[in-house]
Write a protein that binds this ligand. Sequence first.
Ligand code: ZN
Length: 328
Amino acid sequence: MKKYFFSFSLAILFSCNPDTTVKQDDGTSKPDPIIARIKGPLFNTDSAFNNIKTQVAFGPRIPDTKAHKNCADYFIQKLKSYNLTVTTQKTSGTTPIDQRLIEITNIFASYHPERKERILLLAHWDTRAFADHEEDPALSKKPFDGANDGASGAGLLLEIGRILQTQDPNIGIDLLFSDAEDGGLDNGAPEGWCIGTQYWTQHMPQNYTARFGILLDMVAGRGATFPREGTGMYYAASVVEKVWSAAGRLGYGAVFINDVVGRTTDDHLYINTYARIPCIDIVHYNKFERNYNPWHHKLSDNMEIIDTYIIQIVGNVLVDVIYNELPK
Ligand SMILES: [Zn+2]
């Protein structure tokens, strides 16, 4: 990933701490029925952390390598064990970064596929071919672990897949593990990125739609902040508001910050434009440095920088949003 079309900073003031109680005549309080929230199941941070660690242990999941294939098998086995309906989609394409013709594998897991009202959660699971943001030319051709860039989003999706069977959210949920997201060039065409998702949007299950989508990308890095990302703001501002206000209510306003930053080319762009599903991106971006994070496409993107505190926050926000999205 990916470049910003433009960058701007705009502080937006939202009321993120609504009074969640109503005062009674006798002076006591009861929960406000309008904004009382449904409590979802426990999002297990250790489980999500281990999902990330397991992916990294396969080696860099560079498309069409042994590590990549082993990791796909791991996802499929895990998702099936959670009683999800799993389909695998294969195609081929060329990733600009290494100019290789590769096999691409998207994995799609559905909870209650017959339900009409659905939420789409997605993350890319491939690893960029090499750490091209390293300044030393010798290092910039080396592969890297991609613990945050790739494995973190997929690891959190797997944990969501696990907890669905512990408490029914009463709505359909889909988990898309998209491939070949990270093979574009910083100064290249946007179509070089997100190849797996582009293919998926053109070959979705028949009549597929979802109320909205949430993309997770680099969601477990130490000290992460998640500003309101520009492409999501452009196409799906109400979904951004839904998620960031949920985070605010949970007390995570210092991580899910209200600053709006520029637009990024990430999988959600094609979910918005091709699939026409309003979709947002939870992505680690440092507004002061105007960069994603210090490890982006570098060798330092390894398990050392994975932070269970950030995993727990993102997991709790996802659970709150999913379990409060009720069927009509
Ligand atoms: Zn990347």
